[in-house]
Structures are given as C-alpha cells and as structure tokens.
Design a protein around this ligand. Structure first.
Ligand code: ATP
Ligand code: MG
Length: 353
C-alpha cells in the first residue's frame, strides 16, 4: 500500500524483463524487502528456490570466522534450532574463500571482510542457472558495506553481470560509491502518509475482527512514524487482551523496550553517571541483542525529545552523526557508543555551568 510508483515501476520491468541491478531506497517498514521477494518470485517463477538469495549484509559483517569454520558435517550433528540456513551457507563460503585465498598464496584463514565478499561472490558465481534466466541476489541492509567492500563488490558485479542481478536494500545512499550507484536503477520507497497507514490498519483490524476507534487509529499512524511494520505491531499488541483498541491503549503499548531503555541510559549519561550508563548500554547490546545502529538511532530520537536549548542540541546531534558514521566503519561499535555517551554527558554539563 502507498507504494504505487515503485510497484508500477517494478511491474513494467518484470513485464519487459529488462531489469538491471537495483537499489531499493527508503526508510524502515515501507515494503522494500517484501517488494524484493515478490518481484523476484515473479521473475524467477519455478526457479525461485535455487536462483534467489537474500543476504543481510549486517549479519554477514558480524558473522564470526570461528563459526564459519564449522564443517557442514559438524553442523548437521546440531539440533535444527541450533543451526540456521546462514550457518550452513557460511560454512560452504568459508571453504570457498579459503581455497581462493590459497590459490592466491595467502595461507591465513579468511578474515571477516574476505568472508563477507566471498558470501556475495559465491552465490553470484556458482549456483547454476537454467536457460536464459538470471539469478537474483538481494543484499539487505546494504548501508553496512564500507567503501572497500563496495569497490570489491563492483568488480563482482561486473564479472557476473550476465548471470546475476543485485538488489541492494538501504535506507540511504549517501556515501555510496558512485560506481555502484551508476550501475543500478534506484527505486524509491518513500514513507507512506498517515492516511495510507490508517487504511492499512483499518483493513487488518477488520480482517481480524478487532474494533478500533478513530482516535486510536490516528494515534497508531502517528506513533508508527511512517513504519508500516511498527504500525502493525502496535495494533497487534494493543489488541491483545482486549477486542477494542483505544487511544490510551495505543500509547501504553507503543513505547518499546528499546525506547524505555535508551531513555534511561541517556538520562544516566546526562546525570554524570557514566559507568552505570555504559553498563546498561552493554546489556542492551550483549543481552537484549539490539544492534549498535538501532541504539544510536534511538539515542538520536531520545535526544531530540528532550528540552535542550538549540545550541546544546545541535552540538549533541553533531556528535551523534559522527558516531553513527563511525559505527558503520568500526570493528567495535560498542566503543563508539560509549564515546557518544561520554560526549552527551560532557555537553549536557556545559549547559548547566
Ligand atoms: N507498503 C506496505 N503495504 C502494506 N504493508 C506493508 C508495507 N510496507 C511494509 N508493510 C508491512 O510491514 C512488514 C515489513 O515490511 P518490509 O520488511 O518489506 O519492510 P522494509 O522496507 O524491508 O523494512 P526494513 O528497512 O526495516 O527492513 C511487511 O511484512 C508488511 O506486513
Ligand atoms: Mg527489510
């Protein structure tokens, strides 16, 4: 819903089968991943199962080499819930990367970024394609590719351009290599309007037999900030345990755990309780499993909701931007986030003195 332009664009590409590499650009929960899957099914038909792959770049970037070293045989001995499809894929990729590097004279095992590039190259190069059809490789969260990776990727795109189409999914292309952008068609998925979200929520509520009044509908549309997935989640939680969704109910359940936790962490940092703030931050990442990027984004939202004067606010947001950028490049994003907390504390203190 609300993506008529993207849909008609993709429809005509699918009909003419002259599609190139693509970049799906837009904020969270606007239908990018769903569209990539639907589009690929349409193009690939019966060969979808073998000629389609969806890889999350962030998962690949943080995939540990030690895990990838496990052989398929040893993975097979694990319980089904202890191994994922990605585990199996990365085990194969590890062997491929090792063989390639060995052929080039490198004796060491592949490192993380070599593993990531091989994960991309491997699918593009090896899976057989039935006559005239192509393969489609979806690289989700492609904003996590740094410049070096993009350079290497560009070569892969060129070498396998006959056989494999890439769909990159990303919230932004600032900082992307022009070489990659120029080889791709950009399809935009803008944030839907309040009306579109309201009609989506209305439709689902109706289908599920949930009563929702107009104020609650407006509240969901507002709280979801253009994220359809979030709108659906809020509706679902608000409808749990009561068949009537009210405005109060929506506000009660729309505060996620992350929002609450980040507010506590930032408050601690502002109050000068840096050690405590750092500890809670560590728990958020290590125990709750939030990614550093989503925490950074939530810190930014939290900061803008606080009553700072604009000079202080702009100083802090400037830091947020720097740290956000560094997180994408850094080996240890936790260190970057603690640095951000330290800055917030320092800048906030300067306001009161
Ligand atoms: N345009 C839309 N119309 C209807 N439902 C939508 C739309 N966009 C998203 N949704 C709902 O939200 C869910 C998540 O959408 P999807 O994963 O495609 O979003 P995304 O753009 O890939 O988000 P992210 O950037 O967070 O990965 C979908 O399963 C669907 O239920
Ligand atoms: Mg997605």
């Amino acid at each position: 819903m609300g993506q008529e332009q993207a849909i008609s664009h993709l429809r005509s590409l699918a009909a003419s089968s002259t599609y190139s590499n693509m970049i799906f650009l837009g904020p969270s929960g606007t239908g990018k991943t769903s569209a990539a899957i639907v589009f690929s099914r349409e193009i690939l038909g019966d060969t979808f199962a073998t000629n389609f792959k969806h890889l999350n770049v962030r998962d690949l970037r943080y995939y540990s080499v030690a895990k990838a070293k496990r052989s398929l045989q040893s993975l097979a001995k694990l319980d089904r819930h202890e191994r994922t499809e990605l585990d199996e894929y990365m085990s194969v990729v590890f062997q491929a990367a090792k063989a390639r590097l060995k052929a080039k004279g490198q004796k060491r095992a592949p490192n993380r970024s070599q593993l990531l590039l091989e994960a991309i190259r491997f699918f593009a190069s090896t899976i057989t394609v039935s006559d005239e059809l192509v393969k489609i490789l979806v690289l989700d969260e492609a904003d996590a590719l740094d410049m070096n990776m993009q350079q290497a990727l560009r070569r892969t795109m060129e070498i396998y351009s006959d056989a494999c189409r890439f769909i990159f999914i990303t919230p932004s292309i600032t900082g992307w290599s022009p070489a990659v952008i120029s080889r791709s068609l950009v399809v935009r998925f803008p944030s839907p309007s309040m009306e579109v979200i309201e009609s989506l929520v209305t439709r689902i509520a109706k289908a599920e037999g949930v009563k929702i009044d107009n104020d609650a509908l407006v509240a969901i549309a507002r709280e979801s900030s253009g994220d359809m997935r979030r709108a659906i989640n809020i509706l679902q939680v608000a409808a749990t345990g009561s068949a009537i969704v009210t405005e109060d109910g929506v506000y009660e359940c729309s505060e996620t755990q992350l929002v609450g936790e980040v507010r506590r962490v930032v408050t601690l940092a502002i109050d000068g309780q840096f050690i405590k703030a750092r500890k809670s931050l560590r728990n958020l990442i290590a125990i709750e499993g939030y990614t550093p990027e989503e925490i950074c984004l939530e810190i930014e939202r939290d900061i803008t909701r606080r009553p700072f004067d604009s000079a202080i606010l702009s100083q802090i947001l400037d830091r947020v931007a720097t740290i956000n950028h560094r997180i994408l490049q850094a080996k240890n994003p936790f260190i970057q986030l603690t640095a951000l907390l330290a800055s917030i504390g320092r800048i906030a203190v300067s306001e009161t003195t």
